[in-house]
Ligand binder design. Structure first.
Ligand code: HEM
Length: 414
């Protein structure tokens, strides 16, 4: 065992250091975790996401105190008990609803920032893969949460999405009934989605966030130019402590220097957040979900929340089996991005020839799919457009492979 200071006062800094190596932990995670100087506000989105997740957990705990997870009690516990009878229950619900919507807005900004700057390459593949895992986990968390108020959209979105698993060969094993625990969404269905939403998924999400942070530690975050920073040399210059050496250094410590910038961006973000909570709560709520679930009354038009619309629109134009495969391919394609992109360049899209057009095309396709996903499937023109954009999305993977295979190497300093 290492030498310890036997005279140290219990729970003093020295006493804790001897037992938990707190000073070393603080150095590794904060004061000597080096961040490149050359990054903009988009690099604060990761911490904004972590903070939003924290707000979702806290508001969720308050909602959980009065929520009743039964098909008879759920709707009233949310819409009457929490909204009208519990002091500030409406506030926690608004915070939770807005948080669930904004977390996806920020995830998409964070994800597209990574694609734009090529932050998924050159040693950063595990950051990307753990990020995509978080995307899938947040999707499952949002979907399971949407079931809980047991309104019309909860019920019918649950019906439509679980129906996907009744396609083709899967039907032979009654897979959909196995998932629902019944022939239709009912008590077993609500109970298991409740357990997933309040217990299992949050636990896995927390572990995956820790893993995502761990994957960042060695390769460090990328920068606006995709420059390969010599972190050891720059850290040495920073630690030298003179004005001159700190100017020369290409890095700053995460805490307190970069963290102060993160906190400023978070401040601006939370002003928008609470503006929506107090004045525009409708932004996060579908009016149809204010009707209690009724298995005998199918809504005229069933659609998911805005953040699922693009993938819903990839499913919709195809038959059930093909749609499910198209959807799965779309998800895997994003996971596989670091391996499909064959270019050696880590640089902003604006400097990467055809990749620049690929990036903006991808963004336009996803926005178009999102807009089309909200429309009823009855209009043949929109249905045809949906098919075109879904096929275009699926072709973006092979297109990326071909474009990046022939991308010219950018010389250092160009
Ligand atoms: C939802 C929970 C998430 C949290 C809490 C989170 C947190 C963070 C943090 C704190 C950083 C470092 C600072 C920054 O670049 O913003 C980061 C970086 C990164 N994240 Fe996430 N992230 C999440 C989801 C995702 C998703 C969905 C992706 C996409 C696949 C992703 C991909 C990345 C990448 C590629 C980087 C490295 C950026 C760079 O090197 O410049 N993350 N994340």
């Amino acid at each position: 065992m290492a030498k310890i200071d036997k005279k140290a006062f219990p729970f003093s800094k020295q006493w804790l250091d001897d037992r938990l190596a707190l000073t070393t932990v603080m150095k590794v995670l904060n004061t000597e975790y080096w961040i490149p100087k050359n990054i903009n506000f988009l690099w604060a989105m990761g911490m904004v996401l972590a903070a939003t997740f924290g707000v979702l957990v806290i508001s969720g705990i308050f909602l959980l105190m009065y929520y009743v997870p039964t098909v008879e009690g759920a709707f009233d516990s949310v819409n009457y008990t929490i909204m009208t009878e519990v002091g500030y229950g409406w506030l926690w619900r608004h915070i939770h609803g807005i948080g669930a919507s904004l977390v996806f807005l920020i995830i998409y900004i964070h994800l597209f920032t990574g694609i734009y700057y090529g932050s998924y390459k050159r040693g950063r593949e595990m950051i990307w893969i753990s990020g995509m895992l978080l995307f899938v986990l947040f999707s499952a968390e949002a979907f399971s949460g949407y079931m809980l108020p047991w309104g019309q959209m909860s019920y019918w979105a649950g019906m439509v999405i679980t129906n996907l698993f009744s396609g083709g060969s899967l039907e032979a094993y009654s897979f959909v009934e196995w998932i629902r625990g019944d022939y239709v969404p009912a008590q077993a269905f609500l109970g298991r989605f409740f357990m997933l939403h309040v217990f299992l998924l949050p636990l896995i999400i927390i572990a995956t966030i820790v893993f995502h942070f761990a994957t960042l530690r060695l390769p460090h975050v990328n920068n606006q130019e995709g420059k390969e920073v010599d972190f050891d040399e720059s850290a040495r210059l920073w630690k030298e402590g003179t004005v001159e050496s700190r100017k020369k250094s290409e890095v700053i410590p995460f805490s307190p220097v970069f963290l102060s910038k993160d906190i400023f961006v978070m401040g601006v973000y939370f002003i928008l957040f609470f503006y929506l909570v107090f004045y525009n709560f409708d932004f996060a709520m579908d009016p149809v979900n204010f009707d209690p679930a009724d298995g005998l009354k199918t809504p005229a038009h069933i659609y998911p929340e805005w953040y699922f619309l693009w993938s819903y629109e990839i499913l919709r134009p195809f038959s059930k089996d093909v749609g499910l495969i198209a959807f799965a391919v779309a998800q895997v394609a994003l996971f596989a991005l670091p391996f499909i992109d064959r270019s050696p360049n880590v640089a902003p899209a604006s400097k990467r020839g055809l990749f620049k057009y690929w990036f903006w095309t991808l963004l336009v396709i996803m926005i178009a799919l999102t807009a089309l996903g909200k429309l009823p499937p009855t209009d043949p023109v929109f249905a045809a457009m949906g098919l075109v954009f879904a096929v275009a999305f699926l072709l973006m993977g092979p297109a990326l492979y071909i474009i990046t295979k022939f991308e010219k190497k950018i010389e250092e300093g160009a």
